[in-house]
Design a protein. Structure first.
Length: 247
């Protein structure tokens, strides 16, 4: 049986949101020969996740000392068994069929090392809002995402929260990048420089927009730190792009 591991870092979660994430995961229809596991890694010793999630042998809950989201994701990665690693934040919800689509694309296209999907913002009133600038469905050649990001004031053409990536590549890149608030962006930029990706035009994630989310806080866009984060991610991307590749 092949396994896709969903890695979720948890820090002071809203119980109802975490349960909603589980319910959407539970409803995923898996391709024959595949199973999912949910690696829930709690950032700090509160055991909130264990107290609100139902018993399910596919759900593995652990914790670490408080170290931030990137460290927590990477410690979850160390516990994962899957050949494919799928990101899921604690307040977001998988759209129906996303795991099956990710698996099918990766299975049918060995050159594709990572997949992203279309996202809808999930607003507090339950309504959803899409994006007008999604790329066309299909292959994302190495360097194209990095180039777009640099040319559009560090704005990605695809959503890093939706990434499904081959484990070997993720580990070779050092996992998620330890920059506050941009760990998934840093990881995606690195992966996009050295390997081929794929964008799925069907909705793969409902991205919850609410006042308590980290990216809604003023610290996430504080100019000095933001410039430092973007500068380091860009330097890493340039360095990886300069490494000779075998033809």
């Amino acid at each position: 049986m092949s396994v896709i591991s969903i890695v979720t870092p948890v820090y002071k979660p809203v119980p109802e949101q975490l349960v909603a994430a589980y319910r959407a995961l539970r409803e995923q229809q898996m391709p024959e020969g595949w199973a999912w596991e949910w690696i829930v890694q709690e950032d700090g010793e509160t055991d909130v996740a264990r107290s609100v999630l139902p018993e399910d042998e596919r759900v593995s809950i652990s914790r670490n000392r408080h170290g931030g989201v990137a460290i927590t994701r990477n410690l979850g990665l160390a516990r994962a068994h899957g050949s494919l690693i799928k990101n899921l934040d604690q307040d977001d919800i998988f759209a129906p069929g996303v795991l099956g689509r990710d698996i099918q694309i990766m299975a049918e296209n060995p050159d594709v090392q990572w997949v992203t999907s279309r996202v809808l913002d999930l607003l507090p009133d339950g309504s959803t809002v899409g994006f007008e600038d999604d790329p066309p469905e299909g292959t994302l050649v190495p360097g194209s995402v990095f180039r777009h990001w640099r040319e559009h004031n560090y704005r990605l053409p695809v959503h890093p929260t939706t990434v499904c990536i081959r484990r070997e590549l993720l580990v070779s890149l050092g996992g998620w990048m330890s920059v506050p608030g941009s760990d998934d962006t840093g990881m995606l930029i690195a992966a996009s420089v050295v390997s081929t990706g794929y964008f799925v035009g069907e909705v793969g994630l409902l991205y919850r927009k609410w006042p308590g989310q980290v990216s809604a806080g003023a610290s996430h866009t504080e100019p000095v730190e933001w410039k430092l984060r973007m500068s380091l991610i860009e330097e890493r991307g340039r360095a990886l792009a300069a490494v000779p590749r075998q033809s």
